[in-house]
Write a protein that binds this ligand. Structure first.
Ligand SMILES: NC(=O)c1ccc[n+]([C@@H]2O[C@H](COP(=O)([O-])OP(=O)(O)OC[C@H]3O[C@@H](n4cnc5c(N)ncnc54)[C@H](O)[C@@H]3O)[C@@H](O)[C@H]2O)c1
Ligand SMILES: [Zn+2]
Length: 305
C-alpha cells in the first residue's frame, strides 16, 4: 500500500493563511507565486494541502522520475472529476442516468438529432462554469520538467488546454467544437436558436466528439501511439481503461519497456499491467509527484527557492 492517510486536519476556512503556508505550498509545487492563479479558487488549493493524502515513492519510481527524459500521460474523465465534470463510469457516472447507445452514437444522432444536441448542450452547460483542478495544473508543470513530454487525453472538456498545457492530443475530440457533416467545416458556436443547428452550406452540424463505433482522428492517434511506444515512463490517470483504442496505449508503452504508473480512485481494467499504482484523487497525487520530481532534479534550488 503506497498511500498513507494524513491524520485529521481541519479545512482552510478555519485557518489564517500566512506566509509560512505560502512557502510550504510553493515548495511543494502546489502554489507558484510567479503564476497567475486568477482562474483558480485559491482557497481550494490551500484546502488540498491540508486534506491531501501523502504518497510514498519506491526506489524504482524515484529513479525513473530523476532520470527519465521521455514521458507520456493518458488521462480520462477521472482527472476532471474534481473540477465537477461527471465521469461516465464509477459511482456518479453519467451512464447511470442515461443510456450511451441512445445518445453517443451516429445512429442516435441520425434518428433524433434534437435529443442528442439537447444532451450535449446540457453537458456544455455543466462544463461552461468549471475550472481546471490541481491535477490539470500539475500536468502543466510536468510538461516543463521533462525533456520530451506528451499529454494524451480522452476528455473532451478542454480543461487541459485551459490549465495551460501547451500540446494536448485529444483522442475523442472537443465538446466546444462543432463540425459540419457535409462540408467538414469547424464551428465554435456554443448556443443555437434551433436544433439541430445548420451550417452555412445547408449541412447539419454535429458536436466534434468521437461517438461509440466511430474512428478516432488518425493523426492524433498515430502521434499518441508513437509517444506511447517511445515513452520511458507512462502515466495512466483517471481512466477506467474500458474504452479502446485509448486503453491500449499503456499496454503499448509497457510492451516497449516503459515503467507504467496508474493513478485512479480504484483499480481499473488495466491495473494488471501497471508497475506502480496510487489509489486516490489525481488532484492530490499529481502535485506531490511534481514536487518530488522537482526535488529530485534540484529544480527548486535552480530557481533560487
Ligand atoms: N471530462 C470529460 O471530457 C469526460 C467526462 C465523461 C466521459 N468522457 C468520455 O469517457 C470515455 C472514456 O472513459 P474514461 O476512462 O475517460 O472515463 P470513465 O468514466 O470510464 O472512468 C473514469 C475513471 O476515473 C476514476 N476517477 C474518478 N474520480 C477520480 C479522481 N478524482 N482521481 C482519479 N481517478 C478518478 C474512476 O475510478 C474511473 O476509473 C471517453 O470516451 C471520454 O471521452 C469524458
Ligand atoms: Zn457545411
Amino acid at each position: 500500500m503506497q498511500i498513507k492517510y494524513s491524520p485529521g486536519r481541519t479545512r482552510t476556512s478555519d485557518r489564517v493563511v500566512n506566509s509560512h503556508l505560502l512557502y510550504q505550498l510553493s515548495y511543494r509545487g502546489i502554489f507558484n507565486p510567479s503564476v497567475n492563479y486568477n482562474s483558480v479558487d485559491y482557497h481550494s488549493r490551500v484546502a488540498y494541502y491540508y486534506d491531501m493524502k501523502t504518497i510514498t515513492f519506491n526506489e524504482k519510481f524515484i529513479k525513473a522520475l530523476k532520470n527519465t527524459k521521455r514521458v507520456a500521460v493518458l488521462t480520462g474523465a477521472g482527472v476532471s472529476a474534481e473540477s465537477g465534470v461527471p465521469t461516465f463510469r464509477g459511482a456518479d457516472g453519467i451512464w447511470k442516468k442515461y443510456n450511451p447507445m441512445e445518445l453517443a452514437t451516429f445512429e442516435a444522432f441520425n434518428a433524433n438529432p434534437k435529443l442528442v444536441w439537447e444532451w450535449y448542450n446540457y453537458r456544455r452547460e455543466i462544463i461552461r462554469n468549471i475550472k481546471p483542478n490541481p491535477g490539470h495544473y500539475a500536468l502543466v508543470e510536468m510538461s516543463k520538467i521533462f525533456d520530451d513530454f506528451t499529454l494524451i487525453t480522452q476528455n473532451v472538456d478542454g480543461l487541459h488546454r485551459l490549465a495551460g498545457s501547451p500540446t494536448v492530443y485529444e483522442l475523442h475530440g472537443n465538446i466546444h467544437r462543432n463540425r459540419c457533416l457535409d462540408c467538414g467545416k469547424f464551428d465554435y458556436t456554443e448556443e443555437f436558436d434551433q436544433l439541430p443547428p445548420i451550417c452555412d452550406c445547408g449541412g447539419r452540424l454535429r458536436p466534434d466528439v468521437v461517438w461509440f463505433g466511430e474512428i478516432l482522428p488518425k493523426e492524433v492517434l498515430d502521434k499518441s501511439m508513437a509517444s506511447a511506444t517511445h515513452a520511458e515512463l507512462f502515466f495512466t490517470i483517471g481512466t477506467s481503461g474500458a474504452v479502446q483504442p485509448a486503453a491500449s496505449l499503456p499496454v503499448i508503452a509497457k510492451q516497449n519497456g516503459a515503467l507504467v504508473v496508474e493513478i485512479n480512485l480504484e483499480p481499473s481494467e488495466i491495473s494488471y499491467i501497471c508497475d506502480i499504482k496510487y489509489y486516490g484523487k489525481s488532484g492530490e497525487i499529481l502535485p506531490q509527484i511534481v514536487a518530488k520530481t522537482k526535488e529530485l532534479k534540484d529544480l527548486h534550488k535552480e530557481k533560487g527557492k
